[in-house]
Design a protein around this ligand. Structure first.
Ligand SMILES: Cc1cc2nc3c(=O)[nH]c(=O)nc-3n(C[C@H](O)[C@H](O)[C@H](O)COP(=O)(O)O)c2cc1C
Length: 183
C-alpha cells in the first residue's frame, strides 16, 4: 500500500460522505482524534463540518487553526467509535483506538496512517447554530491510497468501503454498494 499526494479537487476525496476522524493538537501537544459525520462539501476546496462547541476538536481548531480529516473505512469503524468517546486531554484517542500518526505536509497536525484518505485543512470561518458550529475549512493537501483513486482523481468510496453511520448514536454502520449508471 502506498499513498499518493494530491493538491487539487480535494473534496472529491470525501465522495459518499464517509465518516471522518478529525485530528487536532491539544495545547499539551497530544494528538486529539474525534469522530464526525455531519459535514458537506461546499466547493472543490472547502468543507463545512457541524462540530459541537464543547468538543476538544472544536476548541483545538479555534486555537491552532489546523486539522486533518481522516476517512473511516470498514476495518476502522470500531476505532471511530473509540475516538468518539470522551477522554481527558492528557490522553490520545489514537493510542486507545490502536491507530498511528504520521507527519502531514502543509500543517503541523499529523494524519492517521491507517486511514486510506487524509486531507490537511485550515480553519476559515464558522456559523454558530445552537450547540454546534458549522466550521468551514479549506483543504490544503490530500493523501490517498493509490488503489482507491478513481479515474477522475476522486475516492472510489465503494472499493475503499468508506462507512456511514445509519443509526447514530447506535454503532450501526453501512458501506456503499451496487453502483449503477442512471442512463
Ligand atoms: C459516527 C459518529 C459521528 C459523529 N458525528 C458528529 C458530528 O458530526 N458532530 C459532532 O459534534 N459530533 C459528532 N459525533 C460525536 C463526537 O465524536 C464526540 O462528541 C466526541 O467526543 C468528540 O471528540 P473530541 O471531544 O475529542 O473532539 C459523532 C460520533 C460518532 C460515533
Amino acid at each position: 500500500m502506498a499513498k499518493i499526494c494530491l493538491s487539487k479537487g480535494l473534496t472529491k476525496l470525501l465522495r459518499g460522505k464517509p465518516v471522518i476522524i478529525i485530528t487536532t493538537f491539544h495545547p499539551t501537544g497530544i494528538v486529539n482524534a474525534g469522530t464526525f459525520g455531519a459535514y458537506t462539501n461546499l466547493s472543490p476546496t472547502e468543507v463545512g463540518i457541524a462540530i459541537g462547541r464543547p468538543s476538544h476538536t472544536y476548541q483545538n481548531i479555534k486555537r491552532t487553526g489546523e486539522l486533518v480529516l481522516n476517512v473511516v473505512t470498514r476495518p476502522l469503524a470500531l476505532a471511530a467509535e473509540v475516538c468518539a468517546e470522551e477522554i481527558p486531554p492528557t490522553e490520545s484517542e489514537l493510542d486507545k483506538a490502536g491507530l498511528h500518526s504520521e507527519p502531514s505536509r502543509k500543517v503541523k497536525v499529523p494524519l492517521i496512517k491507517e486511514c486510506v484518505v487524509n486531507i490537511e485543512c485550515q480553519f476559515l470561518k464558522e456559523l454558530e447554530i445552537g450547540y454546534h458550529s458549522l466550521v468551514v475549512v479549506k483543504c490544503l493537501a490530500g493523501h490517498i491510497e493509490e488503489e482507491f483513486l478513481a479515474e477522475d482523481g476522486g475516492l472510489d468510496v465503494v472499493k475503499a468501503e468508506g462507512v456511514v453511520n445509519i443509526a447514530y448514536p447506535r454503532p450501526l454502520y453501512a458501506v456503499l454498494a451496487q453502483p449503477f449508471l442512471a442512463k
